[in-house]
Design a binder for this molecule. Structure first.
Ligand code: FAD
Ligand code: ZN
Length: 476
């Protein structure tokens, strides 16, 4: 297709015939919220947006667009933090938004599974699980707007991975519209199935580059009946990692969440988010937000946590702690953590990282990255927070106050420093948010050529015409 040409009118009308007027957005003002990423930094120019209401409509749309060689950008809640869910600036790509496919198709309580469509909002899925006296464990700051299709395609993590694993662990089966319009019905609710290659794993975390997930069979868990939550002040990240080990020794698999929060991160929350206040009388340099779950209501979980924290305090690992004594206090503690991204967005542009290293090397990572960035960019402000229990840290770099560097240049320079340390410590440059366009050109520096070759080969088999989310993850 000619690079700047709009879609032919006949093609648009054939799309309309498949999805109806409600399923098509063609005017720029209507397209705007879908064309720009969550941080407001990456703006694409879609040819149009199509939102099918069923798997069949999705398959028909994909077949039509594939036949015309039109690039398709799968989109769910559009909360991607790596530019994966918005089109490029060519004006030729079509956004295929799955939000209208949001039904819960089935709940199987004996099998402990739910079959849900890709457009179901994560918070709604959590609610459906609770209504059935079950629990769905994926939990993240964007849960009010991100959707299952996006969660699967990014292999989302969040704050309960420590106990339940990330999205990949929750998926038993998938239904996928392939880049040629064929539908793969892999909606099996099996925990054991050794009949060859486990194809669903290809699509999980593929960032929409291999096909469109339309539905999934997901695991459900016993509902937690006892929860204990504490915000714990610790002297430094080493003490936080020490505390994690102590809690796991004392409380076992009940340790569900363990989030590290730097003071500077909390300060930004207090500055930018209304009605948030410090639960402590004095500031501390570092905190761990700790949560235990137990599926037995009989459990004296709060006592267990208090005892473990008491022992850690005697060992000098814990400086102070606030234990939530009711649900609203618990939510208030979590809101401090969950507002971290919004607060930093309000503070201004930063270079964001969602790296992982082995838990045993987290302390080294923070120390080395702070030192190296401070030396290379005097006055730089770094904000470390996140899922230390999984070795996954959000590590964001803000320019010195009052300075607005050229981010086009600054970002790769900051990345080089941070990713170099990550690589040396055996880590990953993206533990959660994915590659998208933001980290695409970084990937070849940190992933083995053989791995990239295999990824390209898989892409070539499933999407030989390169129409599915072109330019994301891999260079076209
Ligand atoms: P989108 O942003 O719409 O899409 C994400 C990717 O999936 C894109 O590549 C898109 O093309 C593809 N895609 C979407 N739907 C489909 C589909 N049906 N089939 C195939 N491909 C599809 N992420 C974490 O992992 N952990 C966190 O703790 C976390 N916290 C966040 C907090 C905030 C405030 C925000 C804004 C984001 C956070 N994220 C986090 C990132 C983001 O929310 C997740 O990546 C989420 O899973 C994306 O879901 P979405 O529905 O918004 O997908
Ligand atoms: Zn995260």
């Amino acid at each position: 297709m000619n690079d700047r040409a709009p879609l032919p009118a006949t093609l648009v009308e054939r799309l309309r015939a498949i999805v109806g007027d409600r399923g098509l957005l063609t005017e720029a003002p209507d397209l705007e919220p879908y064309a720009v990423d969550w941080r407001g930094q990456i703006r694409g120019r879609p040819a149009l947006l199509v939102r099918p209401a069923s798997t069949q409509e999705t398959a028909d749309v994909v077949a039509l667009l594939a036949g015309a060689g039109v690039g398709i950008v799968p989109q769910a809640g559009n909360t991607s933090l790596c530019g994966a869910s918005v089109p490029d600036a060519s004006g030729t790509q079509v956004i295929l938004n799955v939000s209208r496919m949001n039904r819960v198709r089935a709940v199987d309580l004996q099998n402990n599974t739910v079959t849900v469509e890709a457009g179901c909002v994560l918070a709604e899925l959590q609610r459906v699980a609770a209504d059935n006296d079950r629990f769905f464990p994926l939990s993240l700051g964007a849960e009010g707007s991100c959707e299952v299709g996006g969660n699967i395609s990014t292999n989302a993590g969040g704050t309960q991975v420590l106990r339940y694993g990330n999205m990949r662990e929750q998926v038993l089966g998938l239904e996928v519209v392939l880049p040629d319009g064929r539908v793969w019905d892999g909606l099996r609710g099996l925990r054991k199935d050794n009949t060859g290659y486990d194809l669903k794993h290809l699509f999980i975390g593929a960032e929409g580059t291999l096909g469109i997930v339309t539905a999934a069979v997901l695991k459900l868990y016993p509902r937690p009946r006892a929860i204990a939550t504490a915000l714990v002040a610790v002297p430094d990240p080493a003490a936080a990692v020490d505390l994690l080990g102590r809690l796991r020794a004392a409380c076992g698999e009940r340790v569900t969440g363990f989030e590290l929060i730097a003071r500077v991160c909390l300060d930004l929350v207090f500055r930018h988010i209304a009605d948030r206040r410090d639960p402590f009388a004095t500031p501390y340099p570092w905190y761990a937000l700790v949560e235990l779950f137990d599926s037995s209501a009989e459990s004296s979980l709060a006592q267990l946590l208090e005892d473990a924290l008491g022992e850690a305090a005697e060992a000098g690992v814990v400086t102070d702690a606030v234990i939530a004594s009711n649900e609203s206090q618990r939510l208030a503690l979590w809101e401090l953590r969950e507002n971290a991204s919004d607060a930093q967005k309000a503070e201004g542009v930063s270079v964001k990282h969602d790296v992982s290293v082995p838990v045993s090397r987290i302390v080294e990572f923070i120390g080395e990255a702070d030192r190296a960035l401070g030396a290379a960019f005097p006055g730089i402000r770094t904000v470390a927070f996140g899922h230390v229990g999984d070795g996954n840290l959000h590590y964001n770099a803000f320019p010195p106050p009052g300075e607005a560097p050229d981010f086009g240049q600054w970002t790769p320079q900051v990345n080089r420093v941070v990713y170099g340390i990550v690589q040396r410590l055996g880590g990953s440059i993206s533990a959660e948010h994915g590659i998208g366009t933001l980290k695409r050109d970084e990937l070849p520096h940190y992933k083995a050529a053989l791995e990239l070759d295999l990824m390209r080969a898989i892409k070539g088999v499933l999407d030989p015409r390169g129409i599915m989310n072109p330019g994301k993850v891999l260079r076209p």
